[in-house]
Design a protein around this ligand. Structure first.
Ligand SMILES: NC(=O)CC[C@H](N)C(=O)O
Length: 298
């Protein structure tokens, strides 16, 4: 199992409702992965203020305020820290990669789980709705959000193993299924210098896509390349700062449904997660075809 939900808003008047809508969608997918969960929000101006970059991390050994104070003096700019147990968020007027590098050098045992100009990633172990409420997801705002409830197949039930996997700037990937040839692809990527954080199969997909994007390949092409390279079962929802994409493997036994209106595009593992979206009664609703890449841009 595993449950995926994602919402890409086209209508700015809905941005204040992003977190509430996404929480409701996530709640419907709890039974597909009740042990751990994660979410990625694009454009929440509390977590990712305009003009600042944001880094999300797990396993921070010191309070966020203390880390922020150290980073402020290291980077010579004000860094703000927020504890959202077990995730820590840091933001400030500095490049996202520079902030992530500074975090890694000050707290090397912490795990960066997301970085970018507009993205906040939150992950944890426990009931997905409890986590969402603890993080304050219902009050989140923004133009795009993704959430995942995990039933582990490939690595332990830990916050690090939860999805999304966000390994490139403002990028996010969630997965329902399991890749069957990820170890050989992982070894090839390692030979190319890619460093992995976990034993999770989904991370291999995320690192593969991030590598293509970093080399200038567009998201649609990167996902076509993923289809050619990865075997196994997968429904993937992949997002960047301005794109929202869905792809499934050739057999497509992992469920997925997409709904689209002039106001939004939404995707979920099952229709019940879409049933309360405003205007869903007039949406174009369809199941994504095997190996077809669907991409929407902002
Ligand atoms: N049940 C699933 O879809 C699991 C997804 C992925 N293989 C993981 O273990 O994280």
């Amino acid at each position: 199992m595993c449950g995926i939900v994602g919402l890409h808003l086209r209508e700015p008047s809905l941005y204040p409702q992003l977190g509430a809508l996404l929480t409701d969608m996530l709640a419907q997918m709890c039974d597909r992965g009740p042990d751990s969960a994660g979410m990625a929000i694009y454009g929440d101006r509390t977590w990712s203020p305009e003009g600042e970059s944001t880094v999300s991390l797990l396993d921070c050994p010191i309070p966020a305020a203390d880390l922020a104070a150290t980073l402020s003096s290291t980077l010579d700019t004000t860094i703000t820290g927020l504890d959202l147990d077990p995730t820590t968020i840091l933001h400030g007027v500095v490049g996202a990669e520079d902030l992530a590098a500074a975090v890694r050098s000050v707290v090397p045992t912490a795990r960066v789980i997301g970085f970018g100009n507009d993205l906040t990633v939150l992950k944890g172990v426990g009931n997905p709705v409890d986590l969402a409420n603890r993080f304050g997801l219902p009050a989140a705002t923004g133009w795009q959000g993704v959430a995942h409830t995990r039933m582990a197949t490939e690595s332990a039930v830990t916050a690090e193993g939860s999805h999304p996997f966000s390994v490139g700037p403002d990028e996010c990937l969630v997965h329902n299924g399991s890749f069957s040839n990820h170890m050989s692809i992982k070894h090839q990527l390692e030979r190319d210098g890619v460093v992995f954080d976990s034993a999770n199969d989904t991370e291999v997909g995320a690192r593969f896509v991030a590598k293509q994007l970093a080399e200038g390949v567009d998201l649609e092409k990167a996902l076509l390349m993923l289809n050619e390279t990865f075997d196994g079962f997968y429904t993937l929802l992949v997002s960047t700062v301005d794109s929202f994409a869905v792809v499934r493997d050739a057999i497509s036994c992992k469920p997925a449904v997409i709904a689209e209106t002039d106001q939004w595009v939404a995707m979920a593992s099952e229709y019940r997660a879409l049933a309360n979206l405003p205007g869903v009664e007039n949406a174009r609703i369809f199941e994504p075809e095997p190996e077809e890449v669907y991409v929407w841009h902002r």
